[in-house]
Design a protein around this ligand. Structure first.
Ligand SMILES: NC(=O)c1ccc[n+]([C@@H]2O[C@H](COP(=O)([O-])OP(=O)(O)OC[C@H]3O[C@@H](n4cnc5c(N)ncnc54)[C@H](OP(=O)(O)O)[C@@H]3O)[C@@H](O)[C@H]2O)c1
Length: 327
């Protein structure tokens, strides 16, 4: 087993790498950035100057380097299958941005490839690692809401600049791929993995050939429902609510709290409201810690294997079920 910090490279000078992941890499013990690969050397050099590592033009060159043990892949989702696959075949552990792939079949083949090669493959649904949600689960376990009757999860953002990868059918594409996965993942956290998709809708931009927003209704075998909404064309909302026989619980800024933000859990019961504040945590750093432990110590992580497959299957089902409205 290798010693010292995990030597990681990034494939693609992405906005999310600059804003969240690479600052977390720099601040996290046990991991070191050794290379930044981009299509454009100057952009890679700007990233390397800020966060360290060697700038490299082209992704293949980085995969060929023996000093790179692992890669972080924040490419547009439609390119993940190609480059995550290439990284695994080159013997690298992979932390992939969400979603790992744009279809369940592609996700399954990457998970199988990682398994055959004995490599770690995690999907960066980073909010799952924030202690906020463990605290919500503890409150549910304590019976604060009585019996759980339903979940509501939303993630919507105002329109992005026209050239954004989210407005291109390839290699990225649309609201379900980019944002829908968050409430889908959160619904599974609280209602369990065995959810069925009952109905879904999508508003489709005919000119750009991408979905701009959507909704989905999921249900457990006990009839507990999850109502989800997501979109790239609304005011900002990023929240979930759990509703039980004796009260309701609301979490705002649920999926993307900044590292210095102390999230609040609001519980409303029998006419009175209480608030619990959870300590700030950098959820990207939490993902990195889990990644290092998975690689170095074989520690299981809820961002890998079965969780990836269940998530991808539900997103596929939402896409197949959706009633599309073209605009
Ligand atoms: N976990 C989270 O909180 C979070 C938040 C936002 C986004 N994401 C995910 O992170 C990924 C990247 O999102 P982003 O907003 O950071 O995107 P972005 O800024 O557009 O970055 C994507 C990068 O991919 C590379 N690339 C290679 N081929 C490309 C092509 N044909 N078109 C565009 N870019 C190409 C580019 O880097 P080079 O030119 O340097 O190669 C580009 O900078 C997506 O999977 C997204 O879902 C995750």
């Amino acid at each position: 087993m290798a010693d010292g910090p995990l030597r990681i490279a990034v494939l693609g000078c992405a906005d999310i790498a600059w804003r969240r992941m690479l600052p977390a890499v720099v601040a996290t013990p046990g991991i070191r950035l050794v290379a930044v690969a981009g299509r454009d050397r100057a952009r890679a050099a700007r990233f390397a100057a800020e966060f360290g590592g060697e700038p490299v033009e082209g992704y293949e060159q980085v995969l060929a380097r023996p000093d790179v043990e692992a890669v972080y892949v924040p490419l547009p989702p439609g390119l993940h299958a190609e480059w995550v696959g290439a990284a695994l075949r080159a013997g690298k552990h992979v932390l992939a941005e969400k979603p790992l792939a744009t279809t369940a079949a592609a996700a399954a083949s990457l998970v199988a490839l990682a398994g055959r090669r004995g490599l770690v493959l995690l999907e960066n649904y980073m909010f799952v690692r924030h202690p906020l949600h463990a605290e919500v689960r503890r409150l549910l376990g304590d019976g604060v809401l009585g019996e759980l009757r339903g979940f509501t999860g939303v993630f919507g953002v105002p329109p992005r600049p026209d050239g954004d990868i989210r407005y291109r059918p390839a290699p990225a594409g649309g609201a379900l791929t980019d944002l829908g996965g968050y409430p889908v993942r959160a619904a599974q956290l609280f209602l369990g993995p065995e959810l069925d998709v009952v109905a879904a809708t999508a508003r489709y931009d005919l000119r750009r050939a991408v979905d701009l927003s959507g909704t989905a209704l999921l249900v457990t075998s006990a009839g507990v429902s999850a109502q989800l909404a997501f979109g790239l064309e609304s005011s900002y909302r990023c929240a979930y609510e759990l509703w039980g026989s004796q009260g309701r619980l609301v979490v705002d800024r649920a999926f993307t709290p900044p590292p210095d933000h102390a999230p609040r859990i609001l519980v409303e019961r029998r006419g009175s409201t209480t608030e619990k504040v959870v300590a700030p945590r950098d959820q990207f750093a939490e993902v990195l810690r889990a990644f290092v432990l998975a690689v170095r110590e074989g520690r299981a992580c809820d961002l890998g294997g079965g969780a990836i497959l269940r998530q991808a299957a539900l997103v596929d089902r939402i896409r197949e079920t959706a009633v599309w409205a073209g605009m």
